[in-house]
Design a protein around this ligand. Structure first.
Ligand SMILES: [Ca+2]
Length: 254
């Protein structure tokens, strides 16, 4: 089984020492290809529709009348996720966070709401200092947005702070009904992990596409660690410029 990824036209390549190769798709002949002496037969513009595609190649040789050499493969064709058709469903929605810094060292706002304001230059940062005013950023931290209704999630994009090429390990959780409390603590019970990126080396903007059909009212990002954080760099807190989620309201929900 080969997951081709999306429906559409493609080419099909067959390697064979035969003189002729006839290609079949779901039992129907696509035509006969003659050898060009390269051992490679290419059929252009093979239309693959969503579902199962049984591809069969039948090779014949002039000096072996009656003999056939047959190879088959089955492709599973899935519908392409046309994520561009969906709106950003988190824009200016209510946000909860395990903590927030409030104002960054440069004087700029770092409140939680900055993560869904549509501006990739404003950011949320988790707290950086303890009650004594010492640098004391902690991991994990989390931030959660309330979509206001249940949506089908198609795609999640994140823009992390990338200063000094820092990278973050993170997880994404969803919930249909759990209202997160705005306080320091672990990811609230009731949230289900849908994505994990551990050992992340990608700096800045990245996309996390959930692999299963996911419905959610709440989308939560848990920031597990940062490459630039250490005991002597305890000012490096969880920091995200922007979260955007593409999706559409689930049918039958308000
Ligand atoms: Ca922002």
């Amino acid at each position: 089984m080969f997951d081709f990824g999306e429906a559409g036209k493609t080419y099909t390549k067959v390697y064979s020492n035969c003189d002729n190769v006839e290609l079949f798709l779901n039992g129907a002949s696509l035509g006969m290809l003659a050898s060009k002496g390269t051992g490679v037969f290419i059929m252009e513009d093979v239309l693959l529709e969503v579902g199962q595609a049984d591809v069969k190649a039948v090779g014949t040789c002039a000096d072996e009348p009656g003999s056939q050499y047959i190879d088959t493969i089955t492709w599973k064709i899935i519908a392409s996720r046309q994520t561009d058709q969906y709106e950003n469903i988190v824009l200016h929605k209510p946000v909860y966070a395990s903590s927030e810094e409030g104002i960054g060292s440069d004087g700029a706002s770092t409140v939680a709401e900055n993560i869904v304001d549509g501006d990739e230059s404003s950011r949320w940062a988790a707290q950086t200092k303890n009650a004594a005013g010492e640098w004391d950023a902690k991991y994990p931290e989390w931030i959660c947005v309330d979509l206001g209704a249940v949506y089908n999630i198609a795609k999640i994009d994140l823009v992390f702070e990338s200063k000094a090429n820092r990278t973050y390990d993170y997880k994404i959780y969803t919930s249909l009904d759990t209202v997160p409390e705005e306080k320091q603590g672990p990811v609230p019970a009731g949230f289900t992990e849908v994505y994990a990126r551990i050992g992340n080396t990608e700096v800045g903007k990245q996309s996390a596409i959930t692999l299963e059909e996911t419905q959610a009212r709440y989308v939560l990002i848990e920031m597990l660690s940062c490459s630039a954080y250490s005991e002597v760099a305890k000012y490096v807190t969880a920091s995200i410029f922007e979260l955007s989620v593409a999706g559409e309201k689930a049918e039958g929900t308000e």
